[in-house]
Write a new protein. Structure first.
Length: 267
């Protein structure tokens, strides 16, 4: 008999969901992350702020295994992401292991990355059917719920090229949520949009943050949005977290001179 909860969102228990342990990432001579330690608790909304090149997007790319750490380890829900234990030793993970752990993670990119030859509905259902093994009917029912959530109920049969940039990004958000991830990664999701489309996408994300308990890890230069949705804000500089705290503290009374300098430039 099919388990009715097989495709339900995983429970949120407030425990540690993501852990970076002394993670270093270099690109040539440039050290982008420098022995980074940080963690994200289940159900929390955490925003990474800081200047371009400080390592924020690299963190998301490491979690999606689009790149691998040079040193250190990453855990998701207690499991190593790019390593596994074999014969009592920690070794680089096999692809099957990586895929299994990565299923807990969804990401919305700066650019929408929709399949242009697929309808909106199929863009959303393709991965749940092929990766999670959902039935087509179940995946379509879930997709239609999500299209209603992002305000696109009437676009199920449309193709991406017929949508505005803001509509495409909302489809991308629905597609990420369709996999029922434990954590949703948001990488400058409004940076490729025309200014008049930004507010609509941010409103959708605010609704998701308020109405669900999904964990969010967000990189953004939209400081008002960061203040609205975040439980915790982390300030990055030169590949390290130099300050963290609540939105009220970080935007109202930051302690570090570099944080004050950055915020004075962007607010």
């Amino acid at each position: 008999m099919k388990d009715p909860d097989a495709h339900a969102n995983p429970p949120v228990d407030g425990g540690e969901l993501i852990r970076f342990d002394k993670v270093t990432k270099r690109f040539g001579d440039n050290t982008v992350l420098d022995r980074l330690d940080f963690s994200v608790e289940s159900g929390r909304h955490v925003t990474l702020i800081g200047p371009s090149g400080s390592g924020k997007t690299t963190i998301l790319r490491l979690l999606m295994t689009l790149t691998r750490p040079d040193e250190g380890t990453i855990k998701v829900n207690g499991d190593y992401l790019t390593h596994e234990e074999r014969g009592g030793k920690l070794v680089p993970a096999r692809e099957k292991h990586v895929r299994e752990v990565r299923k807990n993670i969804g990401m919305v990119f700066q650019h929408f990355n929709l399949f242009p030859n697929m309808s909106v509905l199929r863009n959303i259902t393709e991965a749940p059917v092929t990766v999670l093994g959902m039935s087509k009917d179940e995946a379509e029912a879930r997709a239609r719920e999500l299209l209603e959530l992002v305000g696109l109920s009437d676009k199920a049969d449309a193709y991406p090229t017929r949508l505005s940039g803001g509509q495409q990004q909302r489809v991308a958000i629905a597609r990420a949520l369709a996999m029922r991830p434990q954590v949703l990664l948001l990488d400058e999701v409004t940076s490729a949009l025309d200014p008049e489309l930004v507010a609509g996408v941010l409103d959708v994300l605010r609704d998701i943050a308020r109405s669900t308990d999904i964990t969010m890890l967000c990189v953004t230069h939209e400081m008002g949005f960061a203040r609205d949705i975040s439980d915790q804000v982390l300030m990055f500089d030169s590949g390290r977290v130099i300050e963290s705290g609540s939105p009220d503290k970080m935007f109202g009374e930051p302690e570090h001179a570099r944080t004050r300098e950055f915020l004075s430039a962007v607010l």
